[in-house]
Design a protein around this ligand. Sequence first.
Ligand code: DMJ
Length: 673
Amino acid sequence: MYSPQRKDFVSLTLGDQHSRSYTNGKHRRQSCWRKWKQLSRLQRSLILFLLAFLFICGILSYPSLTEQWRGLSDRSLKEDWNEMDNRGLRPIPPGLVPKISPGVDPGVQDIPPEVMPEIQKPSIPLLPKPPAIRKPPSKRGPPVLQKRGNVSDWQVKDREEVTLKKDEDGGKEAKTVISWRGAMIEAEQGTELQSTAHGREGTVADAGEAADLKTVTVKPVDRVEAVLEAFRHAWKGYKAFAWGHDELKPISKTHGEWFGLGLTLIDALDTMWILGLKDEFAEARKWVETDLSFSKNVDVNLFESTIRILGGLLSTYHLSGDALFLDKAKDIGFRLMPAFKTPSKIPYSDVNIGKGTAHPPRWTTDSTVAEVTSIQLEFRELSRLTQDPQYQNAVEEVTRQVHRLEGKRDGLVPMFINTNSGKFTRRGAFTLGARADSYYEYLLKQWLQGGKKETELLEDYLQAIEGVKKNLLKQTSPSKLTFVGELSNGRLNPKMDHLVCFLPGTLALGAHNGLPADHMDLAVQLMETCHQMYAQMETGLSPEIAHFNLQSNNGRDIDVKPADRHNLLRPETVESLFYMYRFTKDSKYRDWGWDILQSFNKYTRVPSGGYTSIGNVRDPMNSAPRDKMESFFLGETLKYLFLLFSDDIELVSLDKYVFNTEAHPLPIWPSTS
Ligand code: DMJ
């Protein structure tokens, strides 16, 4: 404390008690000036020196202060983000989209500190940058150059930053590579990738080693491994948050129930077997043994439970030889039979598997044509295995009736059939998409299953394909993309569901089995179109429905309506790619499948486990996750991708098995003659 008695320093008093009650600014300025004039020269010099000293100190300490303030705001932002991330609500990180400027190492400068804090902190400003403004890509093709940084907020944590250092053989400059755990390796522009049996090779370091910048040998990108990794990631989410339930809701980290029968688990059983995931399979088997019960008062959809549950159990039985799965298949098969007790023997859509009752939907007595004609592979197989003909008789009665029904157009069927009259209703609309799709698929596949003897099935199939060519097939004006449109009261609507992308695979399967060669030509053309439905989207993922351009005055081939922009992780395109690759060995089909897997990893993968359907395939900055992983992602999509990349063509040979419409392989019956 300073004592007023001490005189060994200059006392400076700039105001007195009255100065608190100043009248206005002018008066204050005048009185200050007067006081200044009253000071001695020495006093004035000392004051000026003091002020100058304080000013210089202030200038020198400014950066460290701002640094601290920045550090503070950065830390609190990070804490907020971490907390939100834990709840799956993380906002799009500012500055997440890095800019790559020529001649500048793209990794180090532009990756935001949230992603790579240890390496980045010293060299970049600590406050996050605002999001970069991106122009939508004008070119076709999956957004190869957009990959860096086009990641949704809920996924950011899942990224690993890895750094490559100078190649020991002397060559490459140090580069930072963003890698998705195992499943995707992001190639630097200019980084060469080499082909391997399964895919491309790149160079990537382990994230743990990235921090100390050790040189590492880079693991090849094995596509089969990538599918295994994706499956494990999906399974991790299902196991953690939805075990024993129908579907994973990966973002809210909970489950959804449809039938309450562990749908995802059952759908995934044979995939785990085929992928060789023994531990996962064993856990799931245990659940089937101890927890799966069909003695439940629950309404199930006949078609969905047949293709997913009955089909899944039958194929798992065939692959594993484990009688547990056959017992369960018999149980569910028997419980579904009340659906066929209708006036026409055309089954109702819904069955209560606990009560043994069945009914149509509340608003109609119609059933969907695809639903009643795509349960035959499974029930026929159940009869063969049990030697009980009731299952086969029930479904073949449906086939017989549909075969002779009026109301088809050149072999094409309407979408609805009445369970009282047994007749087609709401005639006049024809599609290869929803409500009719697998009718066509099962004509061919039943013919194959039964050893190519049931000629009526073949005739119906061949006639239908001619009907497609005559009535539904069109080409876009800009690029001559072939697509299958829809017919409504004689008018063609140039729209195609993603569901129709099963058709190239089915056509190829037919051609492989001796059907006309032009089926294969059509398969090749449609496969290209289905590929373009992915490649032309900004996320590299197909919309649910595409509209095709028949006008020549507009450059785009594919248009997507706002209501159709979702992607449900559906399998049809990768399913067809699998068939096309098996029959042609053209590696482009593998490359297209690989692009799709990478896009799934980029836009639908949820960090804590699982993959999600998304709402907008056209917006890479906000793909609008829907918080649902459909069971067919594990049952079909990943299985077909695995088989597409596997070099083992004897793994589920297409000469020994037919896949049901949920990708569950059932054996082609051995010839009896
Ligand atoms: C699956 O349940 C089956 O593939 C079905 O035939 C159509 N819909 C889904 C997949 O998209």
